[in-house]
Design a protein. Structure first.
Length: 243
């Protein structure tokens, strides 16, 4: 719920118009598939432009994998990944330190540590860092995502490349870069992760802010209702139950 005492917080953190939304899972898959196909298309022509195309594909997947905002994604450095003792299967990519989280007015950037949750994430990041990034012109930069012209990719590039891929696939214009973050929140909730865990992962101060970002599908809601109804019926029919 949004009350008078926290309305300012929501107005600041929602970061989008009401029509903005998360990707559906098929939409997200189509978006990522197109990004991968663009790498193959450019590389097949023998052009070096496949390097930034690969970067963009890996960047979008990483933004989704950790529920990141645009500037949080842009400002990542190579040293921001680390191990998670409770998630050894992720190796060197068990945690991600977000150093440039959205700050409140008059405050420094808000830091948070995000735990890796999907098993495909380390492979995506490792391939970019070890095999592709060294070929970039500004590979000596500490930035995770160097640009063709400078040590760090710009926000305009993130927006333009996202829009180009979205439009090429024919997706809803309401989808924006921030939709990757909305999708992360939504999909974690749909997959059964605790809402408090999700709130901490994305760095929200209030659970109600996370709830605003959650755009669960109608199918998920139907399945959730069915589970509740089935459990109620099962309890009512349990032997020994008295009215």
């Amino acid at each position: 719920m949004v009350y008078d005492w926290n309305a300012a917080t929501h107005a600041d953190e929602a970061e989008g118009e009401p029509e903005r939304r998360a990707f559906t899972r098929p939409e997200l898959e189509a978006f990522f598939d197109h990004a991968d196909e663009e790498v193959l298309r450019v590389r097949g022509k023998g052009r070096k432009g496949w390097l930034p195309a690969f970067r963009d594909a890996a960047l979008f997947k990483t933004a989704y994998a950790y529920g990141l905002r645009r500037n949080e994604t842009r400002m990542l450095d190579l040293t921001d990944f680390g191990r998670n003792p409770e998630g050894r299967e992720f190796g060197e990519y068990g945690t991600l330190l977000v150093r440039y989280g959205k700050a409140k007015k008059g405050s420094p950037p808000k830091r948070r540590s995000v735990l890796t949750v999907w098993h495909w994430t380390p492979g995506t990041v490792e391939e970019w860092i070890s095999e592709v990034r060294p070929g970039m012109r500004h590979s000596t930069s500490r930035a995770l995502w160097p640009s063709e012209r400078g040590p760090r990719i710009g926000l305009q590039r993130l927006d333009s490349r996202f829009a180009a891929y979205r439009d090429a696939v024919g997706l809803d214009p309401a989808l924006e870069f921030h939709s990757l973050r909305r999708s992360y929140i939504t999909h974690l909730i749909e997959d059964g992760h605790d809402p408090l865990f999700v709130q901490q992962q994305v760095g929200h101060d209030h659970a109600s802010t996370t709830a605003i970002y959650t755009c669960v599908s109608s199918d998920f809601r139907t399945r959730s209702l069915r589970r509740v109804l089935d459990a109620t019926i099962e309890a009512a029919l349990r032997p020994g139950r008295t009215s």
